[in-house]
Structures are given as C-alpha cells and as structure tokens.
Design a protein. Sequence first.
Length: 168
Amino acid sequence: MYVKYHVLFSLPLLLYGLKIEHSLIYGMISYLAAVLIDVDHYLAYIVIKKDFSLKNAIEYYEQEHPLTPYIFHTVYFLAFLYLLKSIIPIKVTWIVNAFLRGLAYHITLDIIYACIVILRFSPLLKLGTKTEKENRFKILKEVIYRLFLINIENIIKKDYHFKHIASQ
C-alpha cells in the first residue's frame, strides 16, 4: 500500500487517542507509527540498490513491487516490542502500546490492500461482462469503505465498553 493511503487511512488513530485514551500524544504516536513503519522499505532499497535517493526508492517500489524483507513488518519485530513492553517501567508502557497499535493498524491496512489487489486480479472477478466486473469491484470497495467508517463511528461514539471490560 502506498504511503499516501497510510497517511489518510490512519487518521482514525488520532481520533482514538483523543476520544478513547484522552491523549493527543497517544494518538500521534499511534498515527506516526502507522505511517512511518514503511521506512523499512526505504532501508531495504538502500541496501539493494546502494542508492540514498528517496525519489528513486519511491519509483522503484511503484514499478517493481519487489518481495524483500521489511524488518518492521515482521512478527519478530512485534514480538520484540511485546518483550520490550514487559521489561520497561510501567509508566512508559503506554508509549509502546501506542506504537504497537499503530503497527498493528498499518499491517491490517496492508492486508486489506493485498486482498483488494488479489481479488481485483482474481480469475473470478474476470468472469462476466465489463459492467459485472466493475460492479463486483465496487461492492468490494464499498465493503472496505464501510468497515473503515464503522471504525471511525465507534471512535466518535466514545465506545468505552471494551475499555471498561479490559480494565476490570
């Protein structure tokens, strides 16, 4: 998924920080983690191409979509953060929680995007007339859009039910 989409679709994390956690800083940490996790793509580009140009890196990933390891997108990195969370003082655990929330949100967006791309080029979506294909893709986009809106609506409604249960 392109960074511009992560910038846009990660905005609910700011709302979550404000409305649920009552902390703009929490929301900003989550949001920045969700957007800046892709720095590992740039680091991989530097290692592969031996080039520090951000512009060239963006063009490279837009054209080639290479399957290279991205350290911040791995289970190992998430496990490291959970381990870190267990050994740091309780007073700063919320920072790691905010960071983990942003990473999980980013990876979820990547999975949704991958599903869209896979379904878009799926043989099942190629059956039928052009109008039928376009309608199926519109329905898929609408489902994902509604899931995104439900996420925002739950944050705006100040849905404390889950937080209340978790605190008991």
